[in-house]
Design a binder for this molecule. Structure first.
Ligand SMILES: [Zn+2]
Length: 408
């Protein structure tokens, strides 16, 4: 029969056969049985083993055919393996205890990467939870089979789920780049958890760790990766600097406004943007503002002077320049700039490490943006667990199972 042979082929069956395909209340039920000519395979060691007993019948949701739901029905056997003892046989369409066939998991999870999970559930006529299970199956497979041998530089960053209410700490492999680990919260305990779950496995290969100087888990990094170079992320530093400039502007704008002067209104990005990115209109406005003796302008000049710091090649020269800049900033009579300068001074060693190893979290910026898209789509990802699944799935660059047939 055609349908049986299609099922056999697409499932890539070798040691199992399709008994029959039945219509059960509008759903296709595929009854499978072991092919008695072959020995069974142990799911523990993938070696051949002889049969032991038969378990009760299980059902797996499978890829729908022409819009008709399909279920695989089979009574798994147990084997008596010389190495593993009594174990369930290897079932080519199953993954662990999942109620979905591995084929369905791949199909749903592939779609779930492209569109919202609700859309996937609607297209395939399955429950949202089924989509979630599919993603979980694939993530579990990927985490188990991924290669961690080449992890040399890691970047640690955080993203927020639910607009700044819940944070997730993200550990990225900066070389690939890909997401290595994600955990709810951003405390030192969060990073301890990372180390416990994964850190030990990459401890020997990791040469450098990049993160924000304000990160609450710096002590953990120093303790757990004592041989790695800790580099404070350039882009985080620049962001702190921008914040300082913006604080100066806000304060000054408020004081001017009290006097009825609206000189700084709508100028925020003129001060923050790179000068070569200003629009013509902004450029004209800027050349007017430049002529007035503004605190904001002084802060701006300090920000622009700091740019030069990153261009140095030798750590000693960079340090010398930094010392000079520190003097300017601390004598600027601009408190936010002074605070920033002291923060830099406090973390100088790790900031200068950048000149020993030029790594930044810029390489993960793309991933972070994708993570934001995922969190914006977070409708339905109410729990940290589901959010994590979505992150691993979208950013983990995880290996996928090799299937006998591509369903899409
Ligand atoms: Zn075995």
């Amino acid at each position: 029969m055609l349908i049986e042979s299609i099922v056999r082929k697409t499932l890539g069956l070798k040691r199992h056969c399709v008994e029959r395909v039945k219509d059960e209340k509008g759903q296709l039920a595929v009854y499978l049985s072991p092919d008695k000519r072959y020995k069974l395979i142990c799911s523990g060691c993938h070696e051949r083993a002889s049969g032991y007993d038969t378990l009760s019948v299980r059902r797996w949701k499978h890829v729908p055919l022409w819009g008709i739901p399909v279920e695989l029905v089979y009574a798994p056997r147990r084997v008596e393996c010389r190495k593993c003892g009594v174990k369930v046989e290897e079932i080519p369409w199953a993954q662990g205890k999942s109620p979905l066939s591995i084929f369905l998991s791949v199909v749903l999870a592939t779609w779930a990467k492209l569109v919202a999970w609700q859309v996937v559930s609607r297209i395939f006529g399955v429950h949202w939870n089924t989509v979630r299970k599919a993603v979980r199956d694939l993530v579990e497979y990927g985490l188990m089979h991924r290669d961690l041998t080449g992890v040399v530089c890691i970047g640690i960053d955080e993203i927020s789920r639910r607009k700044g209410h819940v944070y997730h700490t993200q550990v990225y492999d900066l070389t690939t780049p890909r997401l290595l680990w994600s955990g709810e919260d951003r405390k030192s305990e969060t990073l301890e958890k990372f180390f416990k779950e994964l850190g030990k496995r990459i401890l020997d290969t990791v040469d450098a760790v990049c993160c924000d100087m304000w990160a609450p888990y710096i002590e953990v990094i120093k303790k757990r990766f004592p041989n790695a170079l800790l580099v404070f992320d350039k882009f985080h530093i620049v962001r702190h600097l921008m914040e300082a400039v913006d604080t100066v502007r806000k304060e000054e704008a408020r004081k001017l406004k009290d006097k009825g002067i609206e000189l700084l209104k709508g100028t925020k990005y003129i001060w923050l943007k790179n000068p070569w990115n200003l629009t013509d209109k902004q450029r004209v406005r800027f050349s007017d503002l430049e002529k007035v003796n503004l605190k904001t302008h002084r802060a701006y000049l300090l920000k622009e002077a700091f740019r030069k710091f990153w261009d140095y090649t030798y750590p000693a020269w960079a340090e010398k320049y930094l010392r000079q800049w520190f003097w300017w900033a601390t004598h600027s009579r601009l408190e936010p700039m002074r605070d920033f300068a002291w923060m830099i001074r406090e973390h100088q060693e790790e900031i200068l490490n950048y000149f020993h190893m030029r790594i930044t979290n810029a390489t993960v910026e793309g991933l972070n943006n994708k993570a934001k898209v995922i969190s914006h789509r977070a409708y339905g990802y109410r729990t940290a667990e589901t959010f994590k699944l979505a992150l691993y799935h979208g950013l983990g660059n995880l290996p996928e199972p090799q299937l006998a047939h591509r369903f899409l």
